[in-house]
Design a protein around this ligand. Sequence first.
Ligand SMILES: Cc1cc2nc3c(=O)[nH]c(=O)nc-3n(C[C@H](O)[C@H](O)[C@H](O)COP(=O)(O)O)c2cc1C
Length: 151
Amino acid sequence: MKSLLIVYHSQSGTCANLARAAWRGAKLESEVETTVQRAWDADTRQLSQADGVLLVMAENSGALSGTMKDFLDRTFYPAIARGVVVPYALLISAGNDGRGAQRQAQRILSGYPFPAASEPLIVRGAWSEEHQRASEELGQAFAAGLSMGIF
Ligand SMILES: Cc1cc2nc3c(=O)[nH]c(=O)nc-3n(C[C@H](O)[C@H](O)[C@H](O)COP(=O)(O)O)c2cc1C
């Protein structure tokens, strides 16, 4: 049984909706156990037990949301010390951009070093059915890849 860890931070509820949709998509893959954690509560132990990690966050002031940055700051050296290498995917919510958060996350994650399991997904503007569908598809695709041993 493979495991997918979804870590999210949400101020307004938008990223929480995205994380929930990704979880619904991932649950369609019965061979993968998917868990969702708030970034505040997630730690290196959970990361080290996962076969894949999906980070769901907003772009704030051209950068990663502070709480997701805190999660990465807390786990960076402990993960390196344990030799933890986990494929990751990014799901970013933004008002009109998102590329600053993407660049920063990719740069940090390359230092762990974690390989990217997919292209980052940026969804812009208010929550929509299209965002929901894209998030579900990302969750399912990531879980399916883990199930098939692609990552
Ligand atoms: C303090 C703050 C800064 C923001 N900065 C950006 C930004 O630099 N670029 C952008 O595209 N959106 C920006 N946004 C919009 C958020 O990325 C967007 O509303 C997102 O959906 C918030 O998700 P959340 O409330 O679930 O964390 C900002 C929002 C806030 C509250």
